[in-house]
Design a protein around this ligand. Structure first.
Ligand code: PMP
Length: 425
């Protein structure tokens, strides 16, 4: 960090002021939680009607089948139709599954470990090394899956249009142990970055040393816009097919942040060969998904336009919270040279970078003042942020008033740590 301008005396004064504000914070007995991207109660209330659906008479699917019974491993066709357009997957290649996309990612890894992927030469457990590229900062639960299965993680930097493709192309071309890359293509967790057409094109076209290389395309925020600039990301399945890699991408999505985060529907989309591969394995695991829940989602959301309209109601609740965070960070940290932060156009997160390091100290001080944040380092493989800079802010869950207090408190911690560190240099 270079703090140009202020003298040591100025810095001391700023530090002392931050310390007084922090001491005052400690006396207030705060208890706030900004750790996870959870929808607020008001957001969940938007989907309250789901609890009444499909209703006592309403358990029959469009094809006349009884949703209460076993069957239909692909998931309900009418729900797959709705999300085909939104997730850019042909309905015939899209599965509607259980209540979570993360569990689908988990299962894909397990099945790749224990059952050979289309195009692969061996099960991943039989390979000497298996590695994934991890654009950083990224989603901690992706990295936790890699740790769980002993998959080596190789960090690649994020740019403002997706992962650094020079690094990705080089690594994927030369190392056959690299079997995958984690991608959150739209309004990424936690940076808010959306992948440019150029990045999607390069991901689809690049040569891979591993014949069973896969892009884990976690489109968790496909319809989660926060502004009128509704970002469109290129169709990865089509791009991969065009470049002769039809089996390269696994697409994931869910209604977790559309309807109910714990009682939504997860989706998997890919090439016909990959869909058959997953179905062959998942048919051993389950006789079929919860079609009653899927039917209630069809009745509630109706069609792709219904989903978009619903997301505009979500945006009305979320956008003011994101704006409040910007306003407070501007007021408390703007012009200090201590931090920089993202202004996402969608998704669920803002990242606050503590310039020159000290993020772990900021998170610790905030915790002592009753403000719980995602652990510093969480958006990096093995929980280690090499620069100790990134803090993820999840503004969705707290009430607007609690959010204001919590972010103000966080900014005070950032100032205190920043000025302490500047003085120690
Ligand atoms: N992927 C990303 C990028 C997420 O941010 C989240 C939720 N925080 C998930 C997946 C989890 O999705 P699901 O509820 O469908 O398992």
């Amino acid at each position: 960090m270079t703090i140009t301008g202020p003298t040591t005396g100025d810095l001391r004064e700023q530090r002392d002021r931050a310390r007084r504000e922090y001491d005052e914070l400690l006396t207030r007995g705060l208890s706030f939680n900004l750790t996870r991207g959870k929808p607020s109660t008001a957001q969940l209330d938007l989907s309250q009607e789901l609890l009444e659906l499909p209703g006592a008479e309403g358990h029959t699917a469009a094809d006349g089948s009884d949703c209460r019974n076993y069957g239909g491993l692909h998931g309900l066709p009418e729900l797959r139709e709705i999300f085909a357009e939104l997730l850019q997957v042909p309905a015939g290649q899209l599965l509607a599954a259980g209540n979570s996309s993360l569990e689908l990612m988990h299962d894909c890894l397990v099945h790749a470990m224990l059952g050979r992927l289309p195009g692969g030469q061996a099960r991943w457990t039989d390979e000497e090394r298996v590695a994934f590229l991890c654009p950083v900062p990224g989603y901690d639960r992706h990295f936790a899956l890699c740790e769980r299965f002993g998959i080596e993680m190789i960090s690649v930097p994020m740019t403002d249009e997706g992962p650094d493709m020079d690094a990705v192309e080089r690594l994927v071309a030369e190392d056959p142990a690299i079997k995958g890359i984690w991608c959150v293509p739209k309004y990424s967790n936690p940076t808010g970055v959306s992948y440019s057409d150029r990045v999607v094109e390069r991901l689809a076209a690049m040569p891979a040393a591993a014949p069973d290389f896969r892009i884990f395309w976690d489109n968790a925020y496909a319809v989660h816009h926060l502004t009128d600039e509704e970002v469109e990301v290129a169709d990865v399945l089509a791009a991969c097919a065009e470049h002769g890699h039809p089996d390269r991408a696994f697409v994931f999505g869910s209604t977790s942040k559309i309807t109910f985060a714990g009682a939504g529907v997860g989706f998997f989309g890919s090439s016909p060969a990959n869909v058959d591969w997953l179905l062959a394995h998942s048919s051993k695991r389950s006789i079929g998904p919860d079609k009653v829940n899927q039917l209630r989602h069809v009745r509630f959301l109706r069609d792709a336009e219904g989903v978009r309209a619903h997301m505009r109601r979500q945006r009305a609740l979320l956008q003011p919270k994101f704006e409040a965070v910007q306003r407070i960070l501007d007021k408390e940290l703007g012009g200090t040279g201590l931090a920089r932060w993202t202004e996402p156009e969608g998704g669920y997160f803002i990242t606050l970078d503590i310039l020159g390091g000290g993020a772990a100290d900021v998170v610790r001080l905030a915790a002592q003042a009753g403000i719980a944040l995602t652990p510093a380092g969480a958006p990096y493989p093995y929980g280690k942020d090499p620069r100790d800079e990134t803090i993820r802010i999840a503004p969705s869950y707290p009430s607007p008033q609690d959010l204001e207090e919590a972010v103000t408190g966080l900014a005070i911690c950032a100032r205190l740590v920043g000025y302490e560190r500047a003085l120690a240099r």
